[in-house]
Design a protein around this ligand. Sequence first.
Ligand SMILES: Nc1nc2c(c(=O)[nH]1)N[C@H]1C(S)=C(S)[C@@H](COP(=O)(O)OP(=O)(O)OC[C@H]3O[C@@H](n4cnc5c(N)ncnc54)[C@H](O)[C@@H]3O)O[C@H]1N2
Ligand code: MOO
Length: 396
Amino acid sequence: MPPVPLLPVAEAQARLLADLRPVAAERVPLAAAAGRWAAEDVIARRTQPARNLSAMDGYAIRFADRPGPFQVTGESAAGRPFDGVVGAREAVRIFTGAALPGGADCVLVQEEVAREGDTATMIGEGPRGVGGNVRPRGLDFAEGERLVRAGERLTPARLAVAAIGGHADLLVRRPVRVAIAATGDELVAPGSAADTDALPESNRVMVAAQLGDLPVDLVDLGILPDRLDALSDAFANVDADVLVTSGGASVGDHDLVQPALKAAGAQIDFWRVALRPGKPLMAGRLRGMTVLGLPGNPVSAFITTLLFVRPVVCALAGASDQLPAPVTVPLGEALRANDGRTDYLRAELRDGRAYASTIQDSSMLRTLARSTCLIIRPPHAPAAQAGDSAEILLLA
Ligand SMILES: Nc1nc2c(c(=O)[nH]1)N[C@H]1C(S)=C(S)[C@@H](COP(=O)(O)OP(=O)(O)OC[C@H]3O[C@@H](n4cnc5c(N)ncnc54)[C@H](O)[C@@H]3O)O[C@H]1N2
Ligand code: MOO
């Protein structure tokens, strides 16, 4: 039988994301919405600023009356406006954020004023014109305008604009439940006494940390043995939105994750993607859950988490941008031509240039730990020279 062609990365991502609908929405206080995605447009409930405000500490005057002298008739502070009107050759002492009194059309900064008793005289260049040093009503936004779009992430600045726009809580998606299992008879808990045939398990902590900035509730399924019944029992009982497994994804006699998933009732959508490392990735559905079977090699698990698990979680969390965004930088040194799989080379960014590690082995965690970016080598990319542009994914 001819080998099944591997699924290109972008096609695998598109297939995975196409059918995903965000999880249910919930309304939470602003602070709890940090880092989540808006489930509806955030619309301004007020106009900001609500009236013309002074941008500086100084004197509210009529521009035409410069350079004075002005008779100081009162004071306007933030939250305590002057309730009169500024008449001809009059000035009102004013502070940053205070309402501009009626009649005034600009603010003279106090550094440019000589004050004697109730008389103020302009001594500098003064405001640039009518409206000088004034923030007009609605400068930032008007009531009814959209401040944040549904599907945008609630960054610190977006939370702040929602707050000043009159919102105390926001509609977001509930946290995404992600169950993570490691599989392999050789695996033991990190730190436990390990003989030479035992291997400290490193994928669960890594994958969990890779999702650490996302709104997830993690369900730790522990380390599962390479036994069909144990695996299928564990998978059949998972209650989550996403089930992530690591290991047992390839073709060896002990690679039982796929048969166990099927025995638990899962449908496999695709298996094996044209990328390196991470080729044996499998994806499917089990009782409404998205299932991602990651390869066991630690670097393969890392890269498939970046390219597939995170985007799935982002989609379920209601993000409109789900995929990691590459940036373009010059290469620090030459690279060989690539074969038919997209390669994600562990690399370091130095002085704005990307340098790939000499050995690219999907078991090597120390190399990964030193890397600050991944150089993306598209399928059949020709040999590249130092200085050629390449797309990279930055690693935090
Ligand atoms: N004949 C073939 N052999 C392999 C193929 C292939 O196409 N044909 N694919 C290779 C590729 S590519 C990968 S990647 C690996 C992945 O296979 P599995 O998903 O079945 O992974 P395992 O065999 O279970 O483990 C691989 C390796 O990683 C270690 N491991 C596993 N889980 C963990 C963990 N949680 N923490 C730390 N280390 C882990 C495991 O001990 C193995 O050394 O298959 C190739 N083989
Ligand atoms: O392509 Mo596998 O994912 O490393 O060795």
